[in-house]
Write a protein that binds this ligand. Structure first.
Ligand code: IPM
Ligand code: MG
Length: 356
């Protein structure tokens, strides 16, 4: 199989961990007889330096003409003082909107090797295997916003949280279909006791649930969901929620897996369109350049790309198996426990590539 992959490594640890993901993909290509052609694109701060904007049309064109986008992470102190309209984060939001990647899948799987690396007790995280499905192109992130002064001269700011029924229906469908392929449980998270947008969300969710009789369906308020994720995370299979709730809950859930450096994600559009794969964590400026970043989230993102965009299941599994094997004996600093050997970003990439 031949595939063209755009690679937007981004900023700070972005390029460091991306190098290892490419290495692992090359290893998969040679083992299974595929050809992956990488096309590097500038995104985020790297793009501000090159083009003066966080996402340039020329790069978007390259991305849109490829088979998938493997993304790193963007932003950091170097661009903290740029004008708000061109902040690196704007680039990622624009990218999501342009590619219409409305469905963001953030799986949290606790590798049994890493149970002791998690700050949460073993008996609580044992067996956790869940996915947060976050709506990614609507809600408060993309509603009207304004900062102004009222008649008395007091400054105020507003952000608007709007969802229409179609936006809710399509993300619910993605979540139900995913639940069907997994443990057939879906929990829809909202704030229906307060927000109109959540009332509509719950109504549509209930309606869509009727089409998926084989999936056990429930609703939960977001505040309770935050608590349940820490108290009893193993109760969840698939969680579906709006853009901002999903942003918050997925960071909370990430801790269960031992480290944010372990969490991959996929951002999907309609079937057949370019999807984007990226680690859930950020560009970690504080540890950049030290060779200590954990490349596994980036490598698992590549594995999700193989599985979802290219339907290469055996290859994706080969990556996961290799990671599991390597983790038994070797760890980057963020997941290090005594009895294992501490390795650098590059050594971790080498080991995973070698064990494919
Ligand atoms: C994420 C990040 C982004 C978001 C930021 C960088 C805009 O936190 O992907 O979760 O809030 O969506
Ligand atoms: Mg976030």
């Amino acid at each position: 199989m031949k595939k063209i992959i755009s690679v937007g490594a981004g900023d700070y640890i972005g390029p460091e961990v991306m190098k290892e993901a490419k290495k692992v993909l090359e290893s998969v290509a040679s083992k299974f007889g595929h050809k992956f052609e990488f096309r590097d694109v500038f995104v985020g701060g790297a793009s501000i330096d090159e083009f003066g904007v966080p996402l340039h049309k020329s790069q978007l064109d390259i991305i849109k003409s490829s088979d998938a986008l493997l993304f790193g992470s963007i932003g950091g102190p170097k661009w903290d003082s740029v004008a708000p309209e061109i902040r690196p984060e704007k680039g990622i939001l624009e990218l999501r909107k342009s590619l219409e990647t409305f469905a963001n899948l953030r799986p949290v799987k606790v590798f049994s090797e890493l149970i002791d690396a998690s700050p949460i007790k073993r008996e609580i995280i044992n067996g956790v295997d869940l996915v947060v499905v976050r709506e990614l192109t609507g809600g408060i992130y993309f509603g009207e916003r304004k900062t102004d002064f009222d008649e008395s001269g007091k400054e105020y700011a507003t952000d608007t949280l709007k969802y229409d029924e179609d936006e809710i229906r399509r993300i619910l469908k993605v979540a139900f279909e995913l639940a069907q392929k997994r443990n057939k449980k879906l929990c829809s998270v909202d704030k229906e006791n307060v927000l109109d947008s959540s009332k509509l969300w719950r109504k549509i969710a209930l309606e869509v649930s009727k089409e998926f009789g084989d999936v056990e369906f429930s609703n939960m308020y977001v505040d309770n969901a935050a608590m349940q994720l820490i108290l009893n995370p193993a109760q969840f299979d698939v969680i579906v929620t709006g853009n901002m709730f999903g942003d918050i809950l997925s960071d909370a859930a990430s801790v269960l897996g031992g480290s944010l450096g372990m969490l991959a994600s996929a951002s999907l559009s309609e079937k057949g369109k370019v999807a984007m794969y990226e680690p859930s964590g950020g560009s970690a400026p504080d540890i950049a350049g030290k060779g200590i970043a954990n490349p596994i989230a980036q490598i698992l993102s590549a594995s999700m790309m193989l599985s979802i965009s290219f339907n290469l299941q055996e290859e994706a599994q080969a990556i996961e198996k290799s990671i599991e094997k390597v983790l038994k004996t070797h760890r980057t600093a963020d997941i290090f426990t005594s009895g294992t050997q501490k390795v650098t970003t590059e050594q971790m990439g080498d080991l995973i590539a070698k064990n494919i």
